[in-house]
Ligand binder design. Structure first.
Ligand SMILES: [Zn+2]
Length: 238
């Protein structure tokens, strides 16, 4: 509400006062007082572009039975959902070890590596966003910037090449009908997480499968993460 008011209060002093009051109430209705958390840029751009295309994203954003869960929240260091009440996911939280697949390094090592990668991740996300937003506007809103309903494999291969590579053999099984399911099974696997976190991941994956358009911000963050990881690996090889 504070951000919304901020946008329209630019030339209206009364509205500016209301926005300030909202900020104060938000801050002091928790002990100790909390800071505002701003949505990451890709989430704002996603919502903005859904509105250009008249897609009612705010109507479908939250799962019906779990309206406190936001599928557009992300770990600060990657694309996964943060653990309940935390800013990091199970892969990156140093005190909440997750033994995922072949990556059995200590959680603390993954956290440190994630922090080192953070700036590259943000740069990669900004680079992809700038290119896609420019392309969308140059095409007068005709470009398929958001997650498509058809020809998903071709869209992934062109616009999310690092995620596409990460799908490996699953590429061959991917169809327009099962694409979201396959992507989520690779990117959003709750294996190794606590019971509470597992059910959170399941609720989000089920919700995204009902509304595949919502997968766009997660895919963008994952693409940025894998691209920046590839950059680091190239550098260390040299
Ligand atoms: Zn993470």
């Amino acid at each position: 509400m504070y951000v919304g008011l901020g946008f329209c209060a630019e030339h209206d002093e009364d509205l500016q006062q209301v926005a300030f009051a909202v900020k104060l109430v938000h801050s002091h209705t928790k002990q100790p007082p909390r800071d505002l958390e701003f949505a990451p840029i890709e989430v704002n751009i996603f919502i903005q572009h859904c509105s250009y295309l008249h897609l009612p994203v705010e109507d479908i954003r939250y799962p019906q039975e779990h309206r406190h869960i936001d599928p557009l929240r992300f770990c600060e260091l990657c694309w996964r959902q943060p653990l309940p009440g935390r800013k990091l996911c199970g892969y990156h939280a140093p005190s909440d070890p997750m033994l995922s697949g072949s990556d059995t390094r200590k959680a603390a090592a993954r956290y440190k590596e994630g922090v080192r990668q953070k700036e590259l991740l943000e740069n990669a996300i900004n680079r992809i966003l700038t290119r896609e937003v420019t392309r969308f506007h140059d095409s007068l809103f005709q470009d398929q910037m958001l997650f498509p309903e058809q020809d998903i494999a071709a869209w992934l291969a062109e616009r999310r090449p690092a995620v596409w590579r990460e799908l490996g053999h699953a590429q061959h099984a991917l169809t327009d009908e099962n694409a979201d399911q396959i992507i989520l099974s690779v990117l959003h696997d709750p294996g190794g997480l606590s019971y509470k976190a597992t059910s959170l991941y399941r609720i989000i994956s089920a919700h995204i499968q009902s509304h595949p358009a919502l997968i766009w911000p997660m895919l963008l963050r994952a693409e940025g993460w894998y691209q920046s990881r590839e950059l680091i690996e190239k550098k260390t090889r040299w």
